[in-house]
Design a binder for this molecule. Structure first.
Ligand code: IVH
Length: 699
């Protein structure tokens, strides 16, 4: 329950405060449903600060805060016809009526925007606020005044009237805005809701004015009867005041009719011109609404029936295998192109061999244990803007001629045996130094940002040089000029190149010849030797020669105590094994030695006193952190000198990706930004904090 609360809270902040959701709506709803179920089962464990007891997220610091006259509540969710039926029964029970008594509901689309409350004094728009945490919101008065759908004056009697509704952005305006953003070289928005939220929550109302926002009114706050006797009448009154009420609003009676309306709107959903994420039913009679009242988070007289996540059926045309630099064979689904939630999808990840067979990561069956075969009809699931997944397959549509997919036992690239070691979900090509994919992968890795960060030597260029036989092994990167000459290639004469750009690339390469020990060890790309282990090895052995001696020594020593490699702090057996394997293998050893010969490997030294270890590093957090709050993670990083940024750019140093990280990961990959998990981040924090504090103490 604590974990669920943390996840939900961090998703709330991402969504409401930062306008950058880290979960898609379906996943978020599922967490909430799970938490609610647990809380119902174990009421004594419900914490006062549980997200089920509140709505939204606290108002952001930068806006003036406004206390709402009455709480801006959320809506309870239903996900099926049964859920809706239960809601209807609950209402009837609460009111002491029979389930068969006639009950009118209004039907409205649920607009996927952000809720805003508007206060009019004597017919003049006085103030406007976002929902915030439901009781305190952000003052967005000036910004709201730029929205054409929102009247600045209304024909109304003196006194105060409060109108509530949804600010949103239409699809056409969203597309146009993103085009403009691209033209200006600014960041684009993931979806219309983010665009609307980002546009409304601008400190500069001029920016809001330039963004085409719209508004649908869906409620009001008032104790008196000026709005009539029913929800429907009230909406008519509000419409007559000059507000826009959603044109699909209507009255429904009976479960069947309600579900029919839900189905109807779901069918025309894509052509509405704006995003909706479900429908809302409200008890029509205001007298009954008053009797039903509210729970702490939502009115008892209304329910939102949500649409399921965006999925689409298509055909699995082929399964391709990609080979990575570590030899991992990754299956990719090639699909008959299909639009899922407005995006054309033609590839989806299939994770690994077991996944295709219908076995989940924990060994339990997925898709009821059904396998995936070429030719199958498959359901594609796109969660927000993350990589599409295959959610399910249709057994009825399977052709009798179909055959189970046979995961290759040999590398599709080099033909070497591909082995799956015990306890490993991944099958790997064993052709380490003969496999084109692995060799290319390693070259790309070396030039990439986390390793040598050679600007201008991108994947495409590496592939070209590899094909030409200019780059065949890691050391060649640092011999590029000579290797090109040897092949009689003058880079500055190639298309797209000139004297200047060629010189620039060579200068860039030369500038990377000096490399800290830890980075060099990481660059070797030895399995189980990631950045953390490389750093540990560097700290322990201080110089490359020492490390080489220790590994060589360990190859001969029988006694563990004499084996400095294994006894080094934090170096496990797996790591030691992997290092030994690389050093014993003459081919690998040759590659390592030749690379080392091109470089000046700078020994690890103690950092200058007092200099903060993450000074100047720009860090972005995304996804859900399990072990600490975002606030804590940020504070600790800042204490070590890091700068915290909210979006990924080419200047980002590290992206810490928690659970369910979304679009930022993709962006970071595009920019070649180093991406680390929460676990690695924690280790890094611990390590840096310890060394930093011990050094500052000595000082
Ligand atoms: S009625 C007491 N009607 O959905 C709250 N809300 O998930 C009554 N929303 O905060 C809200 N379309 O911002 C209502 N037709 C509609 C809506 C709607 C979107 C939003 C609203 C609310 C949220 C709850």
């Amino acid at each position: 329950m604590r974990r669920l609360s943390t996840q939900i809270r961090s998703a709330d902040i991402a969504y409401h405060q930062n306008d950058a959701p880290n979960l898609d709506d379906g996943e978020y709803d599922a967490l909430k449903v799970k938490l609610k179920a647990l809380e119902t089962q174990y009421p004594s464990l419900v914490r006062a600060d549980s997200p089920s007891q509140s709505v939204g997220a606290p108002a952001a610091e930068r806006f003036r805060k406004v206390k709402h006259s009455s709480p801006m509540l959320s809506l309870d969710n239903a996900f099926s016809a049964d859920d809706l039926g239960e809601f209807e029964a609950r209402v009837q029970r609460f009111l002491g009526r029979s389930p068969s008594d006639t009950l009118q509901f209004t039907f409205e689309p649920k607009i996927d925007g952000l809720s805003v409350t508007l206060i009019y004094h004597g017919g003049r728009l006085q103030s406007a606020a976002t929902r915030g945490d439901g009781s305190i919101g952000e003052d967005v008065t000036e910004n709201v005044k730029t929205i054409k759908d929102i009247p600045q004056t209304i024909p109304a009697p003196p006194g105060t009237i409060e109108i509530r509704g949804e600010v949103y952005m239409a699809h056409s305006d969203f597309t146009h805005l993103n085009d403009m953003q691209i033209e200006k070289g600014e960041r684009t928005f993931a979806n219309p809701r983010n665009a609307a939220a980002g546009s409304l929550r601008q400190l500069d109302p001029l920016i809001t004015a330039a963004r085409p926002l719209r508004f649908f009114a869906h409620g009001w706050v008032s104790a008196d009867a000026m709005f009539g006797d029913s929800q429907m009448e009230a909406m008519k009154t509000i419409s007559a005041m000059g507000f826009t009420v959603n044109p699909h609003t209507k009255i429904c009676v009976g479960h069947q009719a309600m579900m029919a309306e839900y189905d109807r709107i779901e069918k025309i959903r894509a052509s509405l011109g704006y995003d909706i994420d479900g429908v809302v039913f409200k008890v029509n009679t205001l007298g009954l609404q008053a009797r039903l009242g509210n729970s702490s988070t939502a009115p008892r007289w209304a329910i939102a029936v949500k649409f399921p996540a965006e999925t689409a059926w298509t055909v699995l045309n082929a399964i391709d295998i990609q080979v990575g630099r570590t030899g991992a064979l990754s299956p990719v689904a090639r699909l008959e192109p299909i639009t899922v939630g407005g995006v054309v999808v033609s590839n989806a990840t299939l994770h690994n061999e077991d996944y295709i067979k219908g076995i989940g990561a924990d060994g339990s069956p997925i898709r009821n244990g059904r396998d995936l075969r070429v030719g199958d009809r498959v359901k594609i699931y796109r969660a927000g803007d993350v990589i599409p997944k295959v959610a399910d397959m249709d057994p009825a549509a399977r052709k009798s001629s179909s055959v189970p997919y046979r995961f290759p036992r040999y590398c599709p690239d080099c033909g070497s045996k591909a082995l799956r070691l015990e306890g490993d979900a991944v099958r790997r090509c064993t052709g380490e130094f003969v496999c084109r994919s692995q060799r290319l992968g390693r070259l790309k890795h070396l030039a990439s940002r986390p390793v040598f960060n050679i600007e201008g030597l991108g994947d495409k260029l590496i592939e070209q040089f590899f094909e030409l036989g200019v780059l065949t092994e890691p050391a060649n990167i640092f011999q590029l000029r000579n290797k090109l000459t040897a092949k009689d290639i003058n880079l500055s004469e190639q298309s797209g190149w000139g004297e200047k750009s060629a010189d620039k690339l060579f200068a860039e390469i030369d500038s990377k010849r000096e490399v800290p020990l830890a980075r060099f060890v990481f660059a070797l790309g030895i399995r189980h030797v990631g950045e953390i282990v490389a750093e540990r090895l560097a700290r322990h052995f201080l110089a490359w020669d020492n490390l080489v001696k220790a590994i060589d020594g360990s190859l001969h020593s029988q006694v563990d105590e004499e084996n400095e490699l294994v006894s080094a702090e934090g170096i496990g057996e797996k790591t030691a094994d992997a290092l030994q394997r690389s050093f014993r293998d003459p081919v690998a050893r040759g590659l390592i030695n030749r690379l080392a010969a091109q470089l000046t490997i700078v020994p690890e030294s103690v950092r200058p006193d007092g200099q903060r270890p993450l000074a100047g590093v720009s860090i972005v957090f995304t996804g859900t952190l399990e072990r600490m709050t975002r606030a804590e993670a940020k504070a600790r990083a800042e204490a070590l000198g890091a700068r915290i940024a909210s979006s990924v750019s080419s200047r980002t140093g590290i992206l810490v990706a928690g659970n369910k990280a979304g679009s930022k990961v993709r962006k970071a990959k595009e920019f070649g930004v180093r991406i680390i998990s929460e676990e690695v981040w924690l280790e890094m924090l611990d390590r840096e904090e310890n060394s930093f504090h011990s050094k500052t103490r000595i000082q």
